[in-house]
Design a protein around this ligand. Sequence first.
Ligand code: DC
Length: 455
Amino acid sequence: MGINVALDGPSGAGKSTIAKRIAEKLKFVYVDTGALYRSIAYSVISQGIDPADKDKVTAALPDMSIELAYRGGAQHVLVSGEDVSDKIRTPEISMGASKVSAMPEVRAFLFDLQRDIARKNDIIMDGRDIGTVVLPEADVKIFLTASAEERANRRYKELREKGDPSTYEEVLADINQRDYNDIHRDISPLRKADDAVEVDSTSMTLDEVIEHIAGIINDRAGKAKTQKKTDGERKERKPLLDFSEVEPVKRGRKLNPVLLFFYNLLRFIVIGMLKLWFNLKFEGKENIPKDGSNIFASNHRSYLDPVLICLPTRIPNTFMAKEELFRTNKFFVWLIKLFGAFPVSRGKGDMGAINMSFEKLNSGRNLVIFPEGTRSHDGKVGRGKTGVALIAAVAQCPVIPVGINFEGKLRFRRKIVVRFGKPISPEQLKVTTPGPKELKLLRTTIMDSIIELVH
Ligand code: DC
């Protein structure tokens, strides 16, 4: 996926001129989606079909072929092989496009074409619903507006230069009508995406608008590009990332005594409650370091696991929890955050979560990770991901393997045994850098120890 910039706004706000110039500047492909709707209007009108006649327009779609071609960086639209790029700029086609674009079948017909081109290129795509419907995950979203009078003025001048006889009043009426159609249609109405930046160009010159928008794109797309580049590198399994700025954790940080007091009070209450309910045993508690900044790597059996690991540790733990959990009930989210949970996007090598882990370890707290990434329903330990080894190797923190054992489902009086193994020190394994070989060694050692503790 390339960098995607969505530029939406009403007719005549200057989107196409601006998008073209920015595309040239940033070497992006400019996609004018309005031209696609115009092409459909052109096609039906040339077949003698009223563009407002939904049944006939829909019936004509299967035989229509719309393609985008690029020559010298400029977009050309081909309707059944005919280049119609110039012919679709008349007021009649504008109005026809506005009508056909209100038809769900037409929008569905063009949806894949638009997404497909965005998937393969760095693009700036202009339209009405790009940020809201076509590319809701776009890296940058701009909503460009201007007053109807100013837009009519600009369009009127443009048409006059081309020798079009329309009057200013006609152009303004046309713009007002198309605004009304675009805003009030049922499907994909013109609307600013919640995360779009609104730019009002009424009293700005063209150059000012371009400079302003290019600045926004450079800022946001620059960040997205770095992120995507990193994602790409991760896919290629290159040595993981540049951790030159992360230093080994300084151990022995003192935590707030009030926090420690309440945490330990709560710990004893919860231990008491759980022991009433389950036949709960902890083994290998002597392996738990007295100070903080340790990593606990455990197999994952149930939602209770983070609590089970916290109970015998005197230092409050933090743990990565799948980000889906942070979109649930507000009280639940508050509760898990209180107990040190922070979100991780699974399967994406989430750098934010990895950085947060370093932060937590540096603050003197422990970190709980379930390297398998997901719960095991049959009790078998699955394949561990490299994240835990990576964090341990960079932070140079000991990893305490944990095995959580119980049979079947968690029920009243069920025996639960939580075993803590001997700390695994990256230093003793001579893992001092996060190179691929080192990470493999560390990951395998951790996973083997967990497996040994699960029996
Ligand atoms: O941007 P334009 O004036 O060339 O667009 C022509 C028509 O197509 C306009 O009335 C709105 C419609 N359109 C749309 O509904 N969705 C888009 N993404 C782009 C244009």
